[in-house]
Design a protein around this ligand. Structure first.
Ligand SMILES: [Zn+2]
Length: 390
């Protein structure tokens, strides 16, 4: 691993335009608002999707196990945490000091294990496998790849670990298109491990003890940390897997924006028990520093929404629905509230056109407002941290 210097090979591919990756249909870093991609999908084989209740309905049945509250912020240890919102039956607290927003009580292991084996969750894995079969690297966020390639220099021989690699698409792309041979993944979901093996012939560990390499140059944690009830414990584990000075690349949702802060019940970030740890820039820096890392770069996408789905709040509340076919890429569900039902509205996957227009106006105002703010609200975080040299 070298410090910043000549670009890593993948940058050359992007910057020279040798190959265009612009049309990634479902980049995860776009958050939940990927409706615009829905019509571009062309596959129609859709068997094996088990019927599933919505997330809110599912959570009503999931409250087994012993949920134990924590009394301090998991990022900065402040005891000034306050009740924030109860969303689809998951209670979130928010730290008044750093803004870290987390499920409290955090879902216990047995609940997570139950949740990640429900049809609700398995349908996502099914969709992923079906899409990859017709469109390799489908799950890769090419924006993340571009940013990663701009930020660091990695030798071709570098040992790279994708922590929570899902179906392995990111690793496969690094190997197949960019020549990195020493790549490895860690993934707990057995269905995803099988997809990674079948689709890409990757060797994926399902436990830390099964990893072949014990010391990595680069660990990537893409859209994973928000799923972890105790991120600090995982960051310490990652630190133990990195060489001194090794790099950690993280992407995750940001909750330093108005919809996430003031209209949480209409913000797509809170999908507990899936999304349980949500960061601000300050919380991320606190947690990394306390876990033996030095933040080298932290960038954020600006929030494109001022009020988000709040425009729909007079009529609908927000829920989430698991995929029901290979084309079912939108997981937002608008459920009519009392007033909405009175008007005869029904649950729907996208907003009625008049509300879509309102959202368009909302995004124009948000972009204009951001120009006048010293620290514009952020939507997504990208972090490069280094393990402190001993
Ligand atoms: Zn805090």
């Amino acid at each position: 691993m070298r410090a910043q210097g000549s670009p890593i090979p993948l940058l050359n591919k992007f910057s020279t335009g040798a190959r265009e990756w612009q049309d990634c249909p479902f980049h995860q870093s776009g958050g939940h608002d990927d409706h615009r991609h829905q019509d571009a999908m062309t596959t129609h084989h859709s068997t094996g999707y088990a019927p599933s209740p919505s997330l809110g309905e599912l959570n009503a049945k999931l409250k087994n196990g012993s949920w134990k509250r924590v009394s301090e912020c998991l990022a900065c240890q402040s005891r000034h945490i306050e009740s924030f919102a109860n969303l689809r039956r998951i209670a979130y607290d928010r730290c008044r000091s750093c803004g870290f927003t987390f499920a409290n009580p955090p879902p216990p292991d047995e609940v997570l294990s139950e949740f990640y084996n429900t049809p609700f969750y398995n349908n996502y894995r099914k969709l992923e496998a079906a899409r990859i079969a017709v469109q390799p690297y489908f799950t890769v966020s090419f924006n993340d790849l571009r940013r990663l390639s701009r930020w660091i220099t990695v030798e071709r021989s570098a040992a790279i670990l994708d922590f929570g690699c899902g179906p392995g698409s990111f690793l496969a792309l690094l190997r197949d298109e960019f020549g990195y041979e020493n790549v490895e993944g860690l993934e707990l979901n057995t269905a995803s491990v099988q997809v990674a093996q079948r689709s890409y012939d990757l060797r994926i560990a399902s436990k830390i003890e099964e990893l072949r390499t014990k010391q990595y140059d680069l660990v990537i944690l893409i859209e994973v940390i928000e799923h972890i009830p105790d991120p600090k414990e995982v960051l310490r584990t990652i630190s133990s897997l990195l060489k001194p000075g090794g790099a950690l690349f993280i992407t995750t949702d940001s909750v330093r924006n108005i919809p996430a802060r003031y209209f949480p019940s209409h913000c797509g970030h809170y999908t507990g028990p899936s999304h349980v740890s949500l960061f601000t820039e300050q919380a991320m820096t606190e947690m990394l520093t306390q876990s033996g890392f030095r933040v080298e770069r932290l960038e954020a996408d600006r929030s494109q929404e001022l009020f988000g789905n709040f425009v729909a709040s007079p009529f609908y509340k927000l829920d989430f629905l698991s995929p029901r076919s290979n084309d079912d890429l939108v997981d937002v569900l608008y459920v009519p509230n009392k007033f909405g039902r009175l008007l005869g509205l029904r649950p729907r996957r996208s907003l009625p056109s008049f509300l879509r227009k309102m959202k368009r106006i909302d995004s124009i105002i948000a972009n204009a407002a951001a120009k006048f703010l010293a620290t514009p609200p952020t939507e997504h975080l990208f972090v490069l941290a280094r393990k402190e040299e001993a």
